[in-house]
Design a binder for this molecule. Sequence first.
Ligand SMILES: [Zn+2]
Length: 423
Amino acid sequence: MEYASKNRGSILPTALLLSLAALASTVSPSGRQEDPRAEIVNLRRATHPNFTRIVLDIGKLREYTFGELQDPGRIYVDVLQAKLNPILQGQSYPVKAEYISQIRIAQKTPSTVRVVVDVEFPRVQSYRVYPLYDPFRLVVDIYPRGAGEAGPAAPPAPAGKPAPPGAKTQPPVKREVDLTDPSLNGTSMARQLGLGVRTVVIDPGHGGPRPGTIGKSGLQEKEVNLAIALALRKLLQEKAGLEAVLTRESDVDVPLEDRTVIANQKRADLFVSIHANAHRDRKRGGVETFFLNVSPDPSVIEIAAEENATSTKTIGEMKLILEKIVRNSKIRESLALAQAVQKNLVKALAQDLPGIPDLGVKGGPFWVLIGGEMPSVLVEVAHLSNAREEAKLKTKKFRELAAQGIFDGIMEYVRSLGKGQSP
Ligand SMILES: [Zn+2]
């Protein structure tokens, strides 16, 4: 299960976006001019096997620049119109990676905060700096040499586009051409046939300490999602010769924002997030598929924001997210993919559960779908809250039928690309 508004809707008109922008003023209700600087209160960093990620929590949209300095090697990021919380002034953070020694942060000028990463450039393959929204933050990903296939030698434009006004759209900074990068000379069957879909990222929802929804008998959503995802990967690889990548392959949690980042880094052509549903009414059952969309009614947007538990978001920040969605031309493709998956999934599951309800395709503001640069859908396979469907979701047969249904839907969508029309 995922939180989202269940309301159908079309895209916000530009005029409404502009009026939302007008509301996001820097003048307080008392008329006093507020400090225009955004306060930086937190710097997070984590070293993964294939990269180190640094996240600067800024909260408000701010321009930034970045660059390199030599002797000693440094990557710096300057955040403009920002002030550092005094607690962080002059702080340094050690990093457990042989290619980074430490991260430092300081107020460089009264209006600029600088983050410096001390790096061993000969050991760094590439890095990139990009914004994420809701709330606004800057992310620095640094990839060491020899990190294996997960290290993107030339990742695409990052999640979190568009860049803030005035900020340059930053391509990844690649430090050396990697001829072993399979994407440079990949010749999968799908690509040779000109089908336009080569890589599918499958996202089994939840994991680790986040079980998702739990059925009455104790069946956990995270386990169901992963089993279906593994079966789907096998079908995509063996029956279609496509590359299929999972956002998680075991019982671990992956932050929502990282899931589409993985898809973007893999230059995936499709993103499919797999979930099992829950509803207060335990009699309710069935299959539904979502794509990313927003409702035109501002009151619905507020409800959606609450349901996504992002109460700190301002109207101005919400506007940026909505603008991004409005500009996202993948909505039509996502809808087509959702329709093909929904139709085939219902058909497959009905073999084992005749009459399973078809709840249809719906647009919803799912955070896991924001940031993906490819057609992206979220599938709620069946209801764990419904005893009959929970009993089925426990079985290998039903899980394999679910994988088969989603697979059939993906292939129908892929074939429709070849014909130049939606299924
Ligand atoms: Zn879920």
